[in-house]
Design a protein around this ligand. Sequence first.
Ligand code: SR1
Ligand code: MG
Length: 396
Amino acid sequence: MTIATKKQYESLTEEQAIVYIKEQGLFSNGLELECSEIGDGNLNYVFRIRDTKSGKGIIVKQALPYAKVVGESWPLTLKRAQIEANALKKHGEFATGLVPEVYVIDEDLAITVMEDLSHLTIAREGLIRLESYPKLATDIGEYLAQTLFHTSDFALHPFEKKKLVSEFSNPELCKITEDLIFTDPFFDYETNDFEPALRVDVEAIWSNELLKLEVAKLKKSFLTETEALLHGDLHTGSIFASETETKVIDPEFAFYGPIGFDVGLFLANLIFQTITREGESRVVIHQHIEKTWEVFSSKFSELWKKEAVESYKDTEGFEAYVLDKVFQDTLGFAGCELIRRTIGLAHVKDLDGILDDAERISAKKQALQIGELFILKRKEISSIQSVIQLLEELQK
Ligand code: SR1
Ligand code: MG
């Protein structure tokens, strides 16, 4: 009988990552492997290891026991690596081809070994360079519908659903979202980070009690509504894309929450692009926004009709009620994301990368304006077409 011994956690160097991967037997012996740390996210190390001859590669992602973006003063659970790997697997069951394949899950070292996607580009980077991703909206609409419908009560036996809710309990990562998206930007807290030229707008947010009431409601929904297994951080930096392929990565914030959260985060991150663009290239992003919602809602509806296990599935008006709620939530969560990425701790390159001061400040003011409007008017905006119209009016 062999007794598996628990390995002591240590963060890998590039050299150790090569040794680790050789031990896993994922490359044949004798190959010359090279490794570089390519992670530019806020939390983890990402090593790409490749065979120098064939160019064939693999990704070794390791969680650090703290948030890389802040340093060791911000400790963070290593359990998130396991959550991420399990979420990739669970979502991969439904969103075929839209998430990377997972080869190894190593709980002790907080490592996930997965498919190398370096032939693709991080969507945020590519969009900033005005690259075109004709499949992005369709693929993400499909990903959202498949993952969110199939992990919800509408598709699962109640025992299975509750088991998943418990398996994907992710309190530490949720706390980051609760603070950074729903709380800190709406108060004069020191985690916030904004340009002095925005102070008037920021103070207006802090003193807007109506806005804060609506954000409090959205936060409550995030805290309490276990609708589906979310990705939890679905911004354009969590998506690899090319003209022909899309892959969603990084679900370390995965947990059971309100469906509109994933949809809203993705749409908000497209909106950062509409703000920075003009003319035809802005229209392309408006089309992405419309298409994402259209594909998501029509696919969700198709799955509902074919596969829902809910006794009330055919009750007149129920499906529409569910999708209307998701739509309102989507706008509300998108509004919070627009605001927090502009004045909170974690920013986006789409806005921060605008070199001209006046242009950058004006773009950031617009992000705040759209964010506020979405939060306050989310129940009055009735369709995705009205969202586009609104954006067009604000951007005149
Ligand atoms: C400390 S983590 C900051 C942000 O990075 C992640 O990608 C999440 O969006 C989080 O809010
Ligand atoms: Mg991430």
